[in-house]
Design a protein around this ligand. Structure first.
Ligand SMILES: [Zn+2]
Length: 302
């Protein structure tokens, strides 16, 4: 699919997601007609888009609340590109393979083991304590955050938290309705191809800024912690791994810090919530020796 046409389809899906049926049909008709006039899409394609949009708009509301896995992947890929432009990557192959193995194992025991093109873990060569997940399944973790982990169970807890954000669709849900409406207006009035790409890039920039600088809402963070606890238990990791890494972060983070310090609730709040919810008392992580040996080999000197 041509890039311009793809973005048009992506916008139409977004409109379906956030606007009422009638408003969506009106917007879709306008946008598609403009796109056809400007030669961005062919008359056949315009006819097909109008027909399929009408069909989707008639479908039940649950269906309208979802992007396709392919669309989520392409939004995620654009966000990942912005993150990789901001942070250098850490290219050690054994360490990347080690983290991807843990990530894949966690995904396999999750409620959403399969996503379009799968989950991928990438390490960012940064001292900042941070981790992100894009809607498309890219999980980023900084060296700074890996240095807060004392066991593989703690590393797994961080990855499981990010998998939680992906599976609960926090990234997509955080795209503001107002932004999409603004995006739609720009498309209707400025349908020129370059402007369309610029506007889409602007929306992706806003979204990435939210992920890096402001973060998700607190309920989203606590919900991702719940998923993390579940996945750790299912895979046989000590669920105290999450509390362990949060305790280290509590000591290391300053209120002025960028990264996790800014985008997540204070670690102590998360610890209190996790312990209250699970009804457990924290005790140091019990990790088998063989697991600790491979953790030290890969992460010990990062
Ligand atoms: Zn989070």
């Amino acid at each position: 699919m041509k890039r311009k046409t793809f973005f048009l389809c992506l916008f139409l899906s977004a409109a379906l997601l956030f606007c009422g049926c009638q408003a969506t049909l009106t917007t879709t008709t306008k946008v598609t007609t403009q796109a056809e006039k400007k030669g961005v899409i062919s008359p056949e394609k315009a006819k097909s888009i109008k027909k399929s949009t009408a069909k989707i708009a008639k479908a039940d509301s649950k269906r309208r609340e979802e992007f396709t896995p392919e669309q989520e992947y392409y939004i995620g890929r654009s966000v990942a590109a912005v993150i990789m432009n901001k942070y250098p990557s850490y290219t050690s192959q054994p360490v990347n393979e080690y983290l991807n193995l843990i990530g894949q194992a966690l995904a396999q025991v999750s409620d959403m083991p399969e996503i379009f093109l799968g989950y991928r873990v990438l390490i960012l060569n940064s001292d900042e304590i941070n981790a992100f997940a894009t809607p498309g399944g890219h999980i980023f973790i900084t060296k700074g955050l890996l240095r807060c982990c004392r066991t593989e169970d703690a590393v797994a807890a961080v990855l499981a938290h990010e998998i939680g954000h992906i599976q609960l669709k926090h990234g997509i849900r955080a795209i503001k309705q107002e932004r999409l409406i603004e995006f739609g207006k720009t498309i209707v009035t400025e349908i020129g191809g370059d402007k369309l790409l610029e506007t889409f890039d602007g929306a992706i920039g806003d979204f990435t800024n939210m992920m890096i600088n402001t973060g998700y809402s607190r309920p989203f963070e606590y919900a991702a912690d719940d998923v993390a606890q579940t996945l750790l238990r299912r895979l046989g990791y000590d669920p105290n791994g999450l509390v362990e890494v949060l305790m280290v972060m509590e000591k290391k983070l300053n209120p002025e810090d960028t990264g996790f310090g800014k985008t997540h609730p204070p670690p102590q709040d998360r610890i209190d919530k996790v312990l209250k919810k699970t009804g457990i008392k924290y005790s140091p992580v019990l990790t088998p020796q063989v697991r600790q040996i491979r953790f030290m080999k890969n992460i010990g000197n990062i």
